[in-house]
Design a protein around this ligand. Sequence first.
Ligand code: XBP
Ligand code: MG
Length: 249
Amino acid sequence: MSELQALIFDVDGTLADTEQHGHRVAFNRAFAEQGLDWHWDERLYGELLQVTGGKERMRFFIERHLPAGTFTAAELDALILALHPLKTRHYGEILRAGEVPLRSGVERLIREARAAGIRLAIATTSVPKNVTRLIEHSLGEEALGWFEVIAAGDMVPNKKPAPDVYRYALNALDLPASQCLALEDSDNGLQAALAADIATLVTLNDDTRGQDFSGAALVVDQLGEPDDADWITLARLRQLHAHAAEPSQ
Ligand code: XBP
Ligand code: MG
């Protein structure tokens, strides 16, 4: 049987609740800075989350929610390319202000895994800068070195639910999928990890509760801390991983 060698973490929604309090706010600030009167409220943003990637999400919004012909194809491309760096800058300011803490149990589990010699990687659709900033501002600058691989954003041709970003991470770790476990929060993320054959633990959040998580090794509310009724230890992850590797009857 293949022993667990590495954990591959999704970022948005998994390490921290970045979407509604971070990315959404940053998109709205970018729209205002560009002189656009668009505002994404929490409900609309919850729907837009079905599309991963900030540039792809803005394109989806414009194509689905604005009157046809509002922009020519060339104007649309140019607008998205202009907005996305503004949004990334605003998002960085939100992280720098410490407004998006890590989710319960994330730091504890990362430290436990490191202490046990488990390798760590990231697989996300968000841009690399957003990942490094979140890690720096929440775990400290030295924590950047804890993650051997940060597979992110446009480093792969197709974003989640495509498996590309997970395959990229496996390749960079030089490990087979059977020696890794993914941690995700969304149906798109779960599909991406499963399509790369990686057993996956899902931690739910308010935007993803109610999605279809068939195929997950386990679905929980949070990783949790020792005072919580249920919390996820590295020993539990090893069990889940071993169980997921058993041939189905
Ligand atoms: C995360 C995302 C990201 C962010 C925005 O999905 O969809 O697109 O919302 O990121 P996942 P950028 O957690 O499944 O990786 O604006 O940096 O693209
Ligand atoms: Mg996510």
